[in-house]
Design a protein around this ligand. Structure first.
Ligand SMILES: Nc1ncnc2c1ncn2[C@@H]1O[C@H](COP(=O)(O)OP(=O)(O)O)[C@@H](O)[C@H]1O
Ligand SMILES: [Mg+2]
Length: 373
């Protein structure tokens, strides 16, 4: 029997649950030429939703291209990634592409070749006419030129778009914005997981991307839907899970599908015939948390501020904590609402908190059991 729960990569098909409304809003907007900012904290399912939407969009004859900015560490790498993925999606033969290259670019003179796996490889060279900025503009304009030529709509998803701020932030944003705004046949998805950066890029009046795209926030999935998903998957794979155990996992996960899949993946292995609460508890305590603990220890040791540590301990130990209340400030020996606010901002910036909560539920659980109060 095959483990029916998957985590650690985007899911599709039978592994994908819910998101009907988001899916139809996303596909309808993109097909009409509306650009989208897709925000949620990590692990909520953005990349999965994008890949799922791509399936529908391709059925509607759009060409879909996925570009992850997480791995691109320079302007040159972004340009290369865009050119490489656009040509691979739109040209099946390197010869044909070779013949058309002249018409597709202004300043770039890419060399094309066939890679071992049959993909078309591109070499950009670093000496484009007009320098790197012009090279990037040229690359960014490629999808629009191809879309016109092929008389089709192209959809481009830039995943983890906030990474642009870690490169050459404002300057890159200006180049992107001033280029993309002329595109009529390409729709863009900008997905991001860091609230403050995404708000800054798309929400601040002075920024180039201000109001460029429609904002969509991916929310938690309802407990009922997740509970049913868990129960169904167990049954279809020849095992079972008690109702209270499935309900507990759904509730613990707070609607974030990643935790459901991760916990269930491990619980499924530990289960002979029927999973119950005992197995779920053992699984968290003896399997999942220990496997993550050394990473969490490293994170913890890097938090130098005592106020920040105390705040995390407070949040992990309290149910729906009102972190600015005098009661909790006294109980956890936090200094003042002002200090709490400062710690919240720092921890948000470090990606450990999202808003007033701890972002990673396993980290929260680890803090709770390690520093019980
Ligand atoms: N709609 C969904 N149905 C079932 N599982 C999902 C769904 N969306 C996400 N997941 C689970 O969550 C994990 C993280 O999803 P991902 O799309 O990578 O999130 P994000 O891009 O927001 O960080 C996936 O590997 C999968 O296990
Ligand atoms: Mg993602």
């Amino acid at each position: 029997m095959k483990n029916p729960f998957i985590f650690g990569r985007a899911v599709a098909g039978e592994h994908f649950v819910d998101r009907e409304e988001e899916l139809s809003e996303l596909t309808a907007s993109l097909l009409s030429g509306q650009h989208i900012v897709l925000f949620s904290p990590r692990k909520m399912g953005k990349t999965s939703l994008i890949k799922r939407a791509f399936g529908e969009l391709e059925d509607a004859d759009a060409l879909c291209i996925y570009i992850d900015l997480w791995q691109t560490t320079s302007t040159h790498a972004i340009a290369k990634e865009i050119v490489g993925s656009v040509v691979n999606k739109t040209y099946t033969s390197a010869e044909k592409l070779g013949r058309e290259l002249k018409d597709l670019f202004r300043s770039l003179r890419p060399k094309v070749y066939i890679e071992m796996d049959g993909q078309i490889g591109v070499e950009l060279g670093r000496e484009a006419v007009g320098g790197m900025e012009e090279a990037l503009r040229d690359a960014l304009d490629l999808p629009e030129r191809v879309a016109k030529r092929k008389e089709t709509r192209i959809i481009i998803a830039f995943d983890e778009f906030q990474e642009i701020t870690h490169l050459n932030g404002l300057q890159l944003e200006k180049i992107f914005r001033s280029t993309l705004q002329h595109h009529e046949n390409v729709s863009y998805i900008f997905a991001g997981s860091e609230r403050s950066l995404i708000n800054m890029i798309f929400g601040e009046k002075e920024r180039p991307f201000y109001r460029f795209a429609k904002q969509m926030e991916l929310n938690p999935i309802s407990d009922d839907v997740l509970e049913r998903f868990i129960t169904d998957k167990f049954i279809r794979s020849g095992k079972e899970i008690d109702r209270d155990a499935a309900a507990w996992i759904a509730e613990f996960s707070g609607g974030v599908p990643y935790y459901v899949q991760h916990i269930c993946h491990e619980v499924w292995y530990m289960t002979g015939r029927t999973a119950d609460m005992g197995i779920v508890e053992r699984c968290l305590k003896e399997q999942i948390l220990p496997s993550l603990s050394s990473g969490f220890q490293t994170i913890w040791s890097r938090i130098r501020s005592r106020e920040q540590r105390k705040l995390l301990i407070c949040i992990a130990n309290e149910d729906q904590p009102r972190i600015y209340s005098q009661k909790l400030i006294e109980k956890y020996e936090l200094k003042s609402p002002g200090h709490v606010g400062k710690a919240v901002r720092a921890l948000n910036g470090a990606g450990l908190m999202d808003g007033n909560g701890i972002e990673d539920l396993f980290f929260e659980e680890w803090v709770r059991v390690t520093f019980s109060f």
